[in-house]
Design a binder for this molecule. Structure first.
Ligand code: FAD
Length: 265
């Protein structure tokens, strides 16, 4: 990553290149740690693919790949799927659309100042923020998927995915603790957006100054006043967030119209 040229980017935008890279990394690296998928693992993976297929706003070859994957997973009568079969499908599909291995991970808003910083975990947060906002914009998108009965389907799928597959086990433990403590209280799509924002800030707070903190992108409460001045208020000398402004800001920032295709695959 550090040998690649720096890609200039705008912090007020979200880049489809990061979302696409997240999905490629997830399919090729994270999933590869499992030689086969069955039982709960298979269910968690299917639900993730469903949520992404129904809510991913970026379009392009990766969205098509996820659709193909989703159709294939739903049509398979198998109880157990070898990882190699998933990989074959991904490879074939990519070859057809002219995207080749090696050119697939391209971090932009998630670039780190050196290898090992940012990248995939940054893009996974970004992906799930986008999905919570998209679910709010398209409330019926998950109808007839089996997920429509859940109050916070995007969060529940994220929770199960992180618990089952996310390579950073410590992160998984922390996230599971937070989910167990308060995710059940999320009752609607707006709260779903805000819960993830708040949880992400709790993690930022915990990680300030830690080894994973990129000096070029220091962890801090987000959005900064330069991104959203009206999100910040003061009450009796104490900083408070204006939740309504935060919600509008998140809908805009992670909304489909703020996605930049620049550097996209
Ligand atoms: P990230 O925190 O990855 O954020 C990515 C981008 O999202 C930022 O650049 C910013 O544009 C935006 N953003 C920042 N804050 C918010 C917010 N509150 N709401 C919406 N958007 C925001 N690492 C650990 O060391 N320990 C852990 O326990 C841990 N738990 C994790 C749990 C999960 C579910 C995930 C996905 C990651 C976790 N990580 C953990 C990794 C860590 O949170 C960062 O992703 C990583 O350190 C890279 O940081 P970053 O600077 O790229 O910013």
């Amino acid at each position: 990553q550090s040998s690649e040229p720096w890609r200039n980017f705008d912090r007020s935008k979200v880049y489809t290149a990061d979302l696409e890279s997240a999905l490629h990394y997830l399919l090729r690296v994270e999933l590869a740690a499992h030689t086969s998928l069955e039982g709960d693992e298979l269910k968690v993976f299917k639900d993730l693919v469903t949520v992404v297929t129904k809510l991913y706003p970026g379009g392009g070859s990766v969205a098509k790949l996820m659709e193909t994957l989703s159709d294939w997973l739903l049509s398979l009568p198998l109880q157990r799927i070898p990882y190699q079969a998933v990989l074959d499908l991904v490879d074939n599909k990519m070859r057809i659309s002219g995207v080749f291995l090696g050119a697939e991970v391209r971090w932009v808003g998630c670039q780190g100042s050196r290898a090992g910083l940012r990248g995939y975990p940054c893009s996974l947060w970004t992906l799930f923020h986008v999905l919570t906002v998209q679910h709010d914009a398209m409330p019926t998108a998950l109808d007839n998927t089996g997920l429509e009965g859940e109050a916070a389907p995007v969060l529940q799928v994220m929770r199960r995915y992180i618990r089952t597959f996310f390579g950073c086990e410590e992160c998984g433990r922390h996230f599971e603790q937070a989910a167990a403590a308060s995710m059940d209280r999320v009752q609607n799509r707006e709260q779903q957006i805000l819960w993830l924002w708040n949880q992400h800030n709790m993690v930022n707070n915990r990680l300030t100054g830690s080894l994973s903190d990129d000096p070029l992108f220091p962890k801090a409460p987000w959005p900064s006043p330069s991104l959203c001045a009206s999100c910040h208020e003061e009450e009796n000398g104490v900083h408070v967030w204006n939740q309504n402004r935060i919600l509008s800001f998140l809908r805009h920032h992670y909304g489909a119209s703020n996605l930049s295709p620049h550097y996209s695959l």
